[in-house]
Design a protein around this ligand. Structure first.
Ligand SMILES: NC(=O)c1ccc[n+]([C@@H]2O[C@H](COP(=O)([O-])OP(=O)(O)OC[C@H]3O[C@@H](n4cnc5c(N)ncnc54)[C@H](OP(=O)(O)O)[C@@H]3O)[C@@H](O)[C@H]2O)c1
Length: 311
């Protein structure tokens, strides 16, 4: 028989399940800090090591001032730091994303862990300077760890400014970005002739064309690589929907398709860091699983390719 004492009051319910929910978000942190160290790769130009899984902010962090989304994205960013993440990639092109990252960081004790990366995406020297100053102010950073020229835009004009800023200590590393196969021949020409710390481009198990071009060139030239679109904007998940992860994924500590895709990317010898984007806490926790454990060997990578192609 049901009586009032058997029914949890709304307050009790929130208290009980609120504590459970809080415990669930803390669990990965405890696991990380007590027993696990993230996988790290070195930035060739300095030797500084960074955890292999970073995060992107395109679309996912363009939340304006929406209070519910700000709360959710705060939890996403916290889960990222809790699981050893440091590299956050943004751009003035991503609407309010830089501002959202900056606002959220203000409330976080973990903000000192941040490796901040953004981009200049405009034409003209002064316009570039103004935009970079605004980005630093929006993200709330005194020194930008990585400043990149977005999609090669006006790169001949911006590159000297980036070098001056690096010399002056306003930025630590400089780079250039592109994505989904655009501008590859021009980017390769730049990589052959200019000194850059980082290059950013797309690479994933469904689109491996850069294995014969940008990746070996970056390795030859001693440039760190930041890999965007590791899930092909989410379309890789649609391809594997309802499909079982192979048993042998456990050989490289992989428990989900998200980790399968990310570990595939970061196990390429020329890849420094990957920047998947998500607006969901459970996806962030899942993705950050790829920041730990073993990586697939060269022969397992071949097996992953064959398995994925047959799906
Ligand atoms: N030219 C450039 O410089 C350039 C170009 C493109 C991208 N980028 C950078 O690279 C970042 C990543 O690229 P991207 O955002 O285009 O694509 P992406 O990371 O390949 O895919 C993002 C999509 O995957 C979904 N997702 C993430 N984790 C998931 C999981 N565990 N399970 C299921 N779905 C998941 C996200 O949806 P949910 O929100 O639902 O999780 C989102 O729709 C960008 O945010 C940006 O910082 C730079």
């Amino acid at each position: 028989m049901i009586n009032n004492q058997n029914i949890l009051s709304r307050r009790q319910f929130i208290k009980t399940f609120g504590i459970i929910a809080a415990g669930m978000t803390l669990m990965p942190k405890a696991a990380f800090s007590e027993t696990r160290k993230p996988i790290t790769h070195a930035i060739p130009s300095s030797g500084e090591r960074i955890p292999v899984v970073g995060m992107g902010t395109s679309r996912t962090f363009d939340a304006g001032g929406d209070p519910a989304m700000m709360t959710q994205l705060g939890q996403v960013l916290q889960a990222f730091f809790d699981n050893g993440g440091t590299v956050v990639d943004s751009s003035p092109m991503y609407g309010s994303a830089e501002m959202v990252v900056g606002k959220l960081l203000k409330t976080m004790p973990d903000r000192s862990k941040l490796f901040a990366a953004t981009k200049v995406w405009t034409y003209g020297r002064q316009s570039g300077i103004d935009q970079m100053q605004k980005s630093m102010q929006l993200m709330g950073v005194g020194v930008m760890d990585l400043m990149q020229i977005h999609n090669l835009r006006d790169w001949k004009i911006h590159l000297p400014t980036l070098r001056e800023w690096k010399e002056a200590g306003k930025i630590r590393y400089i780079g250039i970005t592109t994505s989904h196969g655009r501008f590859h021949s021009e980017l390769m020409q730049i990589m052959r002739t200019e000194d850059l710390d980082f290059v950013q481009f797309s690479y994933n198990i469904g689109n491996r064309t850069v294995e014969n071009s940008l990746l070996p060139l970056a390795a030859d030239r001693g440039m760190a690589t930041l890999i965007n679109r590791p899930f092909q904007r989410g379309s890789l998940f649609r391809k594997v929907k309802g499909k079982t992860l192979p048993d042998w994924a456990s050989e490289f500590d992989c428990k989900s398709w998200g980790q399968f895709f990310l570990k595939y990317v970061v196990s390429h010898p020329a890849v420094t860091n990957v920047i998947p984007a998500t607006s969901k806490v459970h996806h962030m926790v899942d993705n950050m699983g790829a920041n730990f454990g073993r990586l697939p060997s060269a022969s397992i990578r071949k097996r992953m390719e064959r398995y994925f192609e047959k799906l």
